[in-house]
Design a protein around this ligand. Structure first.
Ligand code: PMP
Length: 397
């Protein structure tokens, strides 16, 4: 059905009726005031954005480039993925404008109105936004501390035939869950058994605070098609807009053509800068500094949460990534807390939009620990806890 947008002469496409605004973008806009302590975004800490040198940028980088991406960067990414156990060649690597573009291209490749897509509950809200824009019917599988509920996953695959499964197995956004070895293996087996394509999204793999490391799920597949996507946004500079996808050979040609029709190619200047880092010793040193810096902030948040939230919520200590995921002991719609929190100069990310059915999943908060300085963490969380306590008292009254 075509619908006239209010005040517009134009008839938009049918999918525009499903276009949602991004709650997080709106919050970030409201949180621009310098006095606001933001636990909302997923941004790298300002202080940890590395200084980049553009002096050697060749003038030829201003010319159009190949849709696939810069050959040397594709080689570097393939080598890095092979080191993780992902069997691939540079010819399977497509450089994209941030891993967000992978989600868009995969949506265009697979989703018509009513197409089923399997996701974790909760999952990355901007992925839901993209899948739903194209008309996906998202099937949610509950997440446990070590990965998806396997019985629920099997039951879902028994009853449905999703076009693909979208998983974030390493320090998930928003839940910080890292799948165990056993769950990775079991999920790969199930996807193979039911012939379901896997879209594996790993922006946070390198932001790890313990010694744990686990091979990507795509590297364990024997039969199913796959797309593996990553980015330099969390480890280098999100402003570069450089990400990548690696796809099984049956999917790659389609993704390449979709990329061509979207934007011809990813910006070469950002690709050149990314290549100055990937695989280098100074990149390894930078990653080491990032992990140390974020671990200190994670620990500061853990201490402040223990102090102010022990009676209000439960959570796991994240071993990587950028987020704590809180479950309120007395669930309430956390979206209703935003304005009250903003009045106290704190902002956080409500949990509801990370679910396919937001209204059925009240009582979660995602708190980013990378952005607010360790010494302000305590005050920020004290204020947020008070907002929640006051709201709970109001509800009880
Ligand atoms: N996937 C996930 C799970 C994310 O958290 C993000 C960034 N918040 C992205 C994809 C997109 O990252 P980018 O486009 O900057 O690479």
């Amino acid at each position: 059905m075509q619908r006239l947008a209010p005040g517009m002469e134009m008839a938009f496409s049918e999918r525009i009726t499903r276009l949602k605004s991004s709650l997080i973008r709106e919050i970030l806009a409201a949180a621009q005031r310098p006095e606001v302590m933001s636990f909302a975004g997923g941004l790298p800490a300002e202080a940890m954005l590395p200084a980049v040198d553009w002096a050697e940028l060749p003038a030829s980088m201003g010319q159009y480039g190949m849709s696939e991406g810069e050959p040397a960067l594709r080689e570097a990414i393939a080598a890095q993925a092979r080191a993780l156990g992902v069997p691939c060649e540079a010819s399977q690597v497509l450089i994209v404008s941030g891993s967000q573009q992978t989600l868009d291209l995969a949506s265009k490749l697979f989703i018509d109105s009513g197409t089923e897509v399997l996701v974790e509950a909760p999952t990355y809200l901007a992925a839901l936004q993209s899948f739903q824009l194209f008309g996906a019917q998202c099937l949610a599988v509950a997440q446990k501390a070590d990965g998806p509920d396997l019985a629920a996953l099997r039951a879902m695959l028994e009853q449905h035939a999703p076009a693909f499964a979208y998983l974030i197995p390493t320090f998930q956004n928003p839940s910080a869950v890292r799948y165990s070895e056993a769950k990775r293996e079991a999920v790969a087996d199930l996807l193979d058994e039911y012939g379901v394509t896997l879209l594996e999204d790993e922006p946070y793999r390198e932001l790890v605070f313990d010694q744990g490391s686990a091979r990507p799920i795509v590297s364990r597949l024997k039969r199913a098609s796959w797309i593996y996507t990553g980015t330099v946004s969390k480890t280098l500079l999100p402003g570069l807009r450089v990400g990548y996808l690696i796809a099984s050979a049956d999917l790659f040609p389609y993704l390449l053509r979709l990329k061509q029709s979207a934007d011809l190619h990813t910006n070469r200047i950002g690709q050149w800068q990314a290549l100055q880092w990937l695989g280098s010793d100074h990149y390894q040193a930078h990653l080491g500094q990032l992990r140390e810096f974020y671990r200190v902030r994670r620990d500061a948040m853990q201490a402040a949460l223990t102090e102010h939230f022990s009676d209000l919520a439960t959570w796991e200590l994240p071993q990587g990534g950028l987020f704590f995921w809180l479950t309120l002991k007395q669930p309430l719609d956390t979206r209703t807390l935003l304005n009250r929190a903003l009045a106290e100069d704190v902002v956080f990310m409500p949990g509801e939009p990370f679910f396919v059915e937001p209204d059925a999943n009240p009582g979660y908060l995602r708190l980013n620990f990378s952005h607010v300085a360790a010494e302000r963490m305590d005050e920020g969380l004290r204020r947020l806890a008070q907002v929640i306590r006051d709201a709970g008292a109001l509800e009880a009254a």
